[in-house]
Design a protein around this ligand. Structure first.
Ligand code: URA
Length: 434
């Protein structure tokens, strides 16, 4: 078999066989297939797509390209969750301790930022001392001991995705349905949990911009999960505007803790409750939605989820006092509040442009090895549909350099639109695909 023939076949819109897909993944992981040929194939897939058979073959080969986690020594129904990536998406930081506080083990391997979207691992690393690279043995022991662990993906965990993900990031091939589906589902299959909750983001700040494509992606991923014997559901959630008010690693941790204290933003709290209810439905121990919702709200408002978060932080070497004193998370050198020049209603807060503004502050990677600034970001004061008065604060920037602050402000100007006409708030949960 020759890689060039496989590239030409896909370029011409033909269907690849399982053998051809296996050849590509094995060759690329081993280093026999160079980045330039893989890039060409990814671009051909981007334009020509893949059918469901090809997507399943790709997912399977990627999932078993490295070591698969064995969670059998952890008792109970193991829960995993994945977001397709958004702006201000701190959901895992709340969802995981919430679910663990209800007695379901969460063994979560998370990623770093991809493109303009944030990553859970970067957010957790903004907590002083928090370690995300612990051994597989300690990871499993921690889940057995306290019911929760959130770690970065080890070198030998789905290496095919690691290499392809990094290449997609720099070749304009991230937003492809079969490539996202295989990337997400290979990791979910290799991570060994019984129940998978997918948060499929749709809108300006997501990789998938329209609801039809998001639905298609969700259906493919749910189908693949079921094929591998998993209990799985996908929640389509709105990502036209950022989730919550905070965007930027340490600021998002503060907002996540506030949500764990029962004082979170409305949209974020609603999404957490929905994801929680869907999880409990799959676990099958509750019969009606009202009692599931009650259980979740009780944990959030009664402090059980917060206690679990403290345990998680302590177990991974972090300073749990940040839960009560946010000052180590709010330590950017410069803070600048911006006020509205006009009164009216917030018509749009473009999540993608907000993300670009936050990246300009230093929160984004240009190259894989770049170190990002975890303390910078923005805190919004309004959501779409809110009324705003002239001279009312819209946003605070947290920056470490005045030059970067200037650039970020410039980008942000285009991110927000205020008009005179009343506008309805945006719904956060759009659809559930099970
Ligand atoms: N998240 C992933 O894990 N993979 C993608 O391709 C996109 C979002």
């Amino acid at each position: 078999m020759r890689m060039v023939d496989i590239i030409i076949k896909k370029r011409n819109g033909e269907i690849l066989t399982e053998e051809e897909i296996n050849f590509v993944i094995e060759g690329y992981v081993k280093g026999d297939i160079p980045d330039y040929q893989m890039s060409a194939l990814l671009m051909a897939i981007y334009f020509r797509g893949m059918n469901i058979g090809e997507t399943i073959s790709l997912t399977k080969k990627m999932a078993y390209s490295g070591k698969v986690l064995d969670l059998s020594s952890i008792s109970g129904v193991k829960i995993d969750k994945h977001s397709t990536g958004g702006v201000g998406d701190k959901t895992t930081l709340i969802f995981a301790p919430l679910i663990a506080s209800l007695g379901y083990p969460v063994a979560k391997m998370s990623g770093r930022s991809l493109g303009h979207t944030g990553g859970t691992i970067d957010k957790l690393e903004s907590i002083p001392g928090f370690k995300t690279n612990i051994s597989e043995e300690d990871f499993i022991k921690q889940v057995r001991d306290i019911g929760i662990a959130i770690v970065g993906q080890t070198e030998d965990f789905v290496p095919a995705d690691k290499k392809i993900y990094a290449l997609r990031d720099v070749t304009g091939t991230v937003d492809s349905i079969p490539l996202i589906a295989s990337s997400v589902m290979s990791k979910k299959i290799a991570s060994g949990s019984d129940v998978i909750i997918l948060d499929v983001k749709v809108g300006k700040g997501a990789f998938i911009k329209d609801i039809n494509s998001a639905r298609e992606l969700a259906k493919i991923m749910v189908g693949i999960g079921k094929g591998f014997g998993k209990k799985i559901v996908a929640v389509l959630s709105q990502m036209d505007q950022p989730l919550g008010y905070a965007v930027g690693n340490s600021l998002e941790v503060v907002e996540a803790i506030e949500t764990l204290k029962g004082r979170g933003p409305k949209d974020l709290t609603e999404l957490i409750i929905t994801l929680g209810v869907q999880t409990l439905k799959l676990v099958g121990e509750f019969h009606d939605e009202e009692s599931m919702k009650k259980k979740i709200v009780e944990s959030l408002e009664g402090g059980k989820a917060l206690t679990k978060f403290r345990e998680l932080v302590r177990a991974q070497g972090g300073d749990a006092s940040i839960v009560d004193d946010y000052s180590p998370l709010l330590n950017a050198k410069l803070q600048k509040e911006i006020y509205s020049l006009d009164g009216g209603y917030v018509e749009d807060i473009d999540a993608y442009k907000v993300a670009l503004s936050v990246m300009a502050l230093g929160a984004g990677r240009e190259k894989k090895e770049d170190k990002i600034d975890l303390s910078v970001g923005i805190k919004l004061y309004k959501k779409v549909g809110d009324k705003i008065e002239k001279n009312e604060p819209i946003v605070t920037f947290y920056a470490n350099s005045s030059e970067r602050l200037k650039k970020a402000q410039e980008i942000f100007k285009d991110a927000i639109r205020i008009g005179k006409k009343k506008k309805d708030p945006l719904p956060v949960v759009l659809e559930i695909i099970s």
